[in-house]
Write a protein that binds this ligand. Structure first.
Ligand SMILES: C[S@@+](CC[C@H](N)C(=O)[O-])C[C@H]1O[C@@H](n2cnc3c(N)ncnc32)[C@H](O)[C@@H]1O
Length: 221
């Protein structure tokens, strides 16, 4: 895990700043709307009209995705390593009378989650993988997501093969920029196979403007 990024989110200032990220600029508001629509369609497809009994949203950040998740799950647990962000998420949810607040708030690291095997029907993990500096830790993270899911996992990663990353690789070679912290689809498929899952959907957030990809994996019967 990148310590600088982690301590940024874990500080009151960093937490406040992330809370306002999707409101500050028009482009971020558009990105957020586009991302929420994509996720709404994806979870709609995999829940096939029947709500999940239990869902985990980790990292939840300030609870951006909770209203969406609530529509598809009866019991939701919000988790994050950042205490300030967890408090903001809980505060936002208590103040919002239109959405029932989470059934639990848990401080947890995604690299060693304090949950039993197959604890949740759906495990959602958005915009964390690309913050994990070490490749081996990114793979551990994916294994942890699959370990605690009984049925579905939806998570995002920065795709090595995306156009955005290929351009970054050129700039890295020319100007010494740091590499993006990526995964390859083949690595995810290999872990999925080892752990009894299959990749059902893999959708780029944007083919031109983003390297992030949403994947949905299902535990095989
Ligand atoms: C870009 S935010 C994404 C939050 C939320 N999923 C969203 O899409 O709005 C990254 C989040 O990861 C959390 N985080 C960073 N390292 C973590 C770790 N090792 N375990 C759990 N959460 C972590 C941060 O506190 C922050 O809330």
């Amino acid at each position: 895990m990148d310590k600088e990024i982690l301590s940024h989110y874990n500080s009151p200032q960093g937490a406040q700043s992330y809370t306002r990220k999707f409101e500050k600029h028009l482009s971020e508001r558009i990105n957020n709307r586009h991302e929420q629509r994509l996720l709404q369609r994806l979870i709609g497809r995999i829940s096939s009209e029947t709500p999940f009994e239990t869902a985990l949203d980790l990292p939840c950040g300030y609870g951006r995705l909770m209203p969406l998740l609530r529509r598809h799950a009866r019991h939701v647990v919000e988790g994050d390593w950042s205490l300030p962000l967890l408090k903001i998420a809980r505060g936002n949810q208590r103040a919002d009378t239109t959405v029932r607040e989470a059934d639990g708030y848990v401080r947890a690291t995604a690299l060693a989650m304090p949950f039993a095997n197959q604890a949740f029907d759906l495990v959602l993990s958005v915009r964390l993988c690309h913050h994990i500096r070490e490749h081996a830790e990114r793979l551990t993270y994916v294994r942890e997501l699959l370990r605690i899911s009984r049925r579905w996992v939806v998570f995002t990663y920065f795709d090595y093969h995306s156009l955005k990353n290929q351009l970054r690789e050129v700039r890295r070679k020319l100007f010494g920029k740091r590499p993006k912290w990526t995964l390859r689809a083949s690595e995810i498929e290999k872990i999925a196979d080892e752990m009894g899952f299959e990749v059902v959907y893999s959708i780029p957030l944007s083919r031109l403007f983003s390297g992030h990809r949403y994947v949905a994996l299902r535990r095989k019967p």
